[in-house]
Design a protein around this ligand. Sequence first.
Ligand code: B12
Length: 292
Amino acid sequence: MYAVKQVSALTGVSEATLRVWERRYKVVAPARSAGGYRLYDDDQVATLRAMAALVHDGVPASIAARTIQGSEVRGEGSEVRAEGSANGEGASFDLVAAAALLDPGLVHAVLTDAFAASSFDDVVDEWLPSELQRLGEAWQTGRLTVAQEHFASAAVTRQLSTRFEEAQPRGGAPVLVGLPQGGRHEVMLLAFAVCLRRAGVNTIYLGADVPLDDWTTVASEVGARAAVLGVHLEEDVVPAQSVVDRLAALRPPVPVRVGGRNRHRIAGARPLDERVSQAAVAMARDLRAGAL
Ligand code: B12
């Protein structure tokens, strides 16, 4: 049997936290010595080690507790929702916790619950950017691996792609939406493409890392009405500027609008609103009014 001090050394968890896990989450129920001190057996130490590993990976303690107790966390977005708010961790539908668990059912449930709880516009303007930022922080601070981040952003992309397909394709000269060569941050751009299609615009989504020459080729082939580029990183500025310049040199010229953090650094292209749904509605309005 081990005293609490020894268990703390074996698990790397402070004595105070061990007591909280016992009281609040009932992960273990240590025996007591004659003097009333806690005594843990090998199984209990193993349980606490497993819990510590999950928490270290960024899983909220309450979810970690239920996971190791084998309760029904998997596939239940409502569990994550309850935990998110109980922990005061901000997001009600916790994408980061789902990513940490690498559980396809759970991440799907988190996303479908988030989309079911609010309008599509609110999800893409408020919830999604804040969750992506949390995902980025967890990744940057080592609480999530690159694989866990990829797992979550791929799931988000799948959800958005489905909604893009569901939105009714329209006629008329199309608007091209994509990232410049080298650019790979496509989640919000895809969200914008969904909003633009929903706003009644014939939208061709080209996706990430589109080579420079392809922009002009495609624009000429389809008779593009306009183009939208995402400009996220510093490194995206020069390739994005080249696309804008090339499309401006076509006859007739193809006007470009830009979104993303570095959008203000592009000359000759109007920056879009930060919120993708607002940006799409405004662009659709301008297209209808011939003001583009
Ligand atoms: C997911 C992700 C990835 C995924 C992208 C997958 C995909 N399919 O999109 C992958 C793994 C590919 C990736 C790669 C990299 N990433 Co990354 N990534 C992220 C993460 C977690 C989310 C990105 C995202 O979608 N953000 C969307 C929102 C949250 O970002 P935002 O700038 O605030 O955007 C706002 C508005 O501008 C607007 N918006 C955004 N886009 C658009 C588009 C339109 C049209 C409109 C209207 C509005 C709009 O919406 C937001 C709401 O306000 C961020 C974290 C973060 N804080 O963003 C890191 C982050 C952007 N990545 C980062 C880095 C460093 C990289 C890499 C260089 C890592 C590497 N060493 O390989 C590469 C670069 C890839 C490349 N060449 O582009 C850094 C960037 C730091 C910096 N210099 O600014 C971040 C901030 C993470 C971090 N904290 O370090 N990444």
